[in-house]
Design a protein around this ligand. Structure first.
Ligand code: SF4
Length: 356
């Protein structure tokens, strides 16, 4: 997870109301995306409630950071009613209405929301329990097995070492980008924008370059394009923190112009090393510049090549070219094409979405 991701997770763990407010906002974003592409049938049972599946804390706990993301829409039931989540603006009232135990994350067990303690049994009842225990021990639940110290597992240790190694390498690369002066873009940037998301993601999104908001915040896709990208990611059944998002060039081109070929070439070692470390199963290239940055020999326009699989690098990683979210903001009709491309991506990942 990105540092920002850790920070937000820590904050939400501290305040369940913030966590719930984020959940409601994410659900709204997800449903907006489905409505915009006319894909309401993706929702299980045709109901908006099932859109919560990728966002329910219990469900996400099944796919911890560093592991493969959860399958799309896995195990949604039982979910709280959508009306109860979105109709009431005050998160504490929402909590009162969300009666489903699965939905209430463990961190919600604060004194104010805690389940009332079980009533004390009278001494006579306790004696009766003891009598049952003696008379019919088989009827009592078995005692847990004694705890033994976990044996050293070299395979797990190797994975942990690799995990630390990857984070370290990416952190070093990010530092190099921040200090980089290889091309002229360093003269006008506020800061280099390296990436956000999960370094162990199976799915990577590559865009063109940072805009003004990204240049100011130091994170990619944080403006209106980024909000739309997050909706697309939610629509695929992922949380934005579960995928990895970066750009071809790490510094903002002035006036948001396209990066020059020389600038892309100078910056390409960064994205090459990012992808070599992350080893995604699929890459989504957002816009023609992203495709050309990854595959310099490709000269087609994005309209012709979107939706057609390409391959990247020695590992022959599948690349899906599609429109950049900024283009979708100007041409909303193209969202349906992008949705079809994203469904093809999910199919490639073995997690097909319903047709819609
Ligand atoms: Fe360096 Fe890339 Fe920034 Fe150019 S765009 S200065 S190559 S990090």
């Amino acid at each position: 997870m990105s540092e920002a991701g850790f920070a937000s997770e820590a904050a939400s763990a501290a305040d369940p109301r913030e966590e719930l407010a984020e959940l409601v906002a994410s659900t709204r974003a997800l449903i907006e995306w489905y409505e915009s592409v006319g894909a309401s049938d993706v929702l299980v049972d045709g109901s908006a409630e099932s859109a919560l599946a990728p966002l329910i804390p219990g469900a996400r706990a099944a796919a911890p950071r560093g592991a493969a993301p959860m399958p799309a829409f896995a195990a949604p039931a039982p979910a709280p009613t959508f009306a109860a989540l979105v109709a009431v603006p005050a998160p504490d009232v929402v909590v009162a209405r969300a009666a489903t135990p699965q939905f209430v994350a463990p961190s919600f067990a604060t004194p104010s929301f805690a389940t009332p303690a079980a009533p004390q049994r009278a001494p006579a009842a306790a004696f009766a329990d003891a009598a049952i225990a003696v008379a019919a021990p088989a009827a009592r639940p078995a005692l847990p097995a004694p705890v033994v110290a976990a044996a050293f597992d070299p395979e797990r240790a190797a994975i942990a070492a690799e995990s630390d190694d990857r984070r370290t390498h990416l952190a070093v690369l990010a530092g190099e980008a921040r200090a980089c002066t290889r091309c002229v873009l360093h003269t006008t940037r506020k800061q280099a924008v390296f990436a956000r998301g999960n370094p162990f993601a199976e799915l990577v999104f590559v865009g063109e370059g940072p805009g003004a908001g990204e240049d100011a915040q130091g994170l990619p896709f944080v403006g209106p394009s980024g909000q739309l990208l997050d909706k697309m990611i939610l629509g695929m059944g992922y949380h934005p923190d579960d995928v990895y998002i970066c750009n071809i060039v790490k510094c903002r081109p002035p006036e948001n112009r396209k990066p020059e070929p020389t600038e892309m070439a100078m910056c390409s070692p960064f994205v090459t090393q990012q992808l070599a470390l992350i080893k995604p199963k699929v890459i989504v290239a957002l816009g023609a510049t992203a495709v050309q940055g990854l595959l310099p020999n490709v000269t087609e326009g994005i309209t012709r090549m979107r939706g057609k699989w390409k391959v990247y690098g020695k590992q022959l990683t599948p690349v899906m070219p599609t429109f950049h979210p900024a283009y979708l903001l100007r041409s909303p009709d193209a969202k349906r094409d992008v949705w079809n491309d994203l469904k093809a991506v999910m199919e490639k990942l073995g997690k097909p979405l319903r047709k819609g």
